[in-house]
Design a protein around this ligand. Sequence first.
Ligand code: ADP
Length: 272
Amino acid sequence: MDWRALDEHILVKPGAKAGLAKRDPVSADLFPDRKAAEKRCGECADAINDLQDRLWAERTRALLVVLQGIDTAGKDGTLRGVFNACGPLGVAVTAFGRPSEEELAHDYLWRVHRAAPKRGMIGVFNRSHYEDVLVVKVRKLAPADAIEQRYAQINAFEKHLTENGVTILKFMLHISKDEQRERLQERLDDPGKHWKFNPGDLEDRALWDDYQAAYDTMLTRCSTAHAPWRVVPADKKWRRNAIIGAVVHGVLEEMKPDYPKPDWDPKSFTID
Ligand code: ADP
């Protein structure tokens, strides 16, 4: 499927309701065949690497990829599947965990703005400023009226970034409650995955409905023309990676980054 057709399925149209509950976390039609999806993802990952090289050579613009999703939704797996081919030079990953004392002493966007990618880079946020309208809302870590103001503040912040050369791609990795149970169970069953298990994840799972509601609200209120949200069916890891790879590739290609032309003639030099 052409990436634009794929994109139609996952885009949250600015101004429309996100309708998260009606979105299918499986969506088998989008990539019915696993082998074909894996092949496509590999091709996209290589193409993203090539385009990133040009983006860096140009050094005038940046791409910011925001990954959000409930625990086990696959944020780390997406990074590996889609961006590993780029290597560490062109991609800067920032994971946003619980804010430190220093971070809490500033406004909530302070740490986020510092991590925004510089010109030439692809920045990937593993969690993001959206935690400040998700976990913070569900667990009531800030006053309700302060949280209410954040949707507009985030939209303004993202507009500021886009007007300053940062293209923003936001992906919500959408998994079902059953799939999360399986993935958490795997973390208990497999000694190699014990380190990934955090009892706090079960507390968050108990708040599943509240999280879904908070996601639905932020998807609806923060899907803008300058930085729309995309809800990615993520119950199958290979389909998730293929979809995200295709969209990142499509968008980067449309940016047409190119190697700058030198203002000297390569033929005018001889190397002994
Ligand atoms: P992950 O679960 O992404 O692998 P961690 O185990 O470090 O990584 O978890 C990060 C935790 O930090 C999550 O529970 C998340 O909800 C929390 N977190 C992130 N941002 C904030 C924030 N602004 N305020 C409170 N908690 C946050």
